[in-house]
Design a protein around this ligand. Sequence first.
Ligand SMILES: Nc1ncnc2c1ncn2[C@@H]1O[C@H](COP(=O)(O)OP(=O)(O)O)[C@@H](O)[C@H]1O
Ligand SMILES: Cc1ncc(COP(=O)(O)O)c(N)n1
Length: 277
Amino acid sequence: MTTRAALPGSDRVPNVLSIAGTDPSGGAGVQADLKAFSANGAYGMSAVTALVAQTTTGVAEVREVPPEFVTAQLTTLLDDVRVDAVKIGMLANAEVIRAVVAVLDRYAPPHVVLDPVMVAKSGHRLLADEAVAVLRDELLPRVDLITPNLPEAADLLGEPEITGSAEMAAQAQRLADLGAKQVLLKGGHLRAEPASADLFRGDGEVRWLRSERIDTANDHGTGCTLSAAIAALRPRRSDWATAVRDGKDYLTGALRAAERLDVGRGHGPVHHFHRWW
Ligand SMILES: Nc1ncnc2c1ncn2[C@@H]1O[C@H](COP(=O)(O)OP(=O)(O)O)[C@@H](O)[C@H]1O
Ligand SMILES: Cc1ncc(COP(=O)(O)O)c(N)n1
């Protein structure tokens, strides 16, 4: 086993792991994560939690991977490869969450980002209802950054969904009170607001990340892309605030570049373009 650390400024390529479900149409889940890792200069790896028959028009069917096989994928990988950052997406159920928690406890990988995926844009549940409490109580305190959208934040807190950006700072504080070390609260669901603004709450700081709202139907996998880009960038950035800002810029560019795609008839994917990281 190697002990070399991935330092900011080093030209060694970071090894970044996605723990997530699949999307055969390539817009969300593991497929999106691997593209975002590559595009942001990381070496991408993945462990699959669920096989999802989905496309731009929605989710048809889900086959959950047995938790012991999620463990097998992760321990086999982590016994061989040094991992510099982890992005966690769809976890499907409480048993898979507990399998991932046990692996995090055993290997203590650095820079863990949790996108608490609960419901697909099409409305299909990707996390069992009863697993939300397990995610909140057992996984959330163990990760470095959580990136909920507004419905997910409301579910984690057991409160109604907020309807304006003025309430986002107080809600991010309540998520921090649950044990989240850093929070990126995504405001994409506030369609009435002119800009697409997310709130970052780090160690003693709160900052807004604003971007123009792009007029596009290609918003499938935006959350996956953002959290994966942040995980890919974090080993090369000196702090979370910088990685989050650069990840958001990457997503905005990928949303803009989506106008050149022609993929499916529903909510299309974003376009991952390689850039100088
Ligand atoms: N039309 C858009 N233009 C610019 N940014 C967007 C647009 N739609 C979503 N985003 C950004 O994409 C990210 C994820 O969006 P959001 O819808 O909040 O989460 P999720 O994809 O997890 O449901 C956020 O950073 C949000 O601000
Ligand atoms: C495997 C997987 N993970 C996450 C999402 C959420 O993405 P979106 O909210 O854009 O549907 C998804 N549809 N599928």
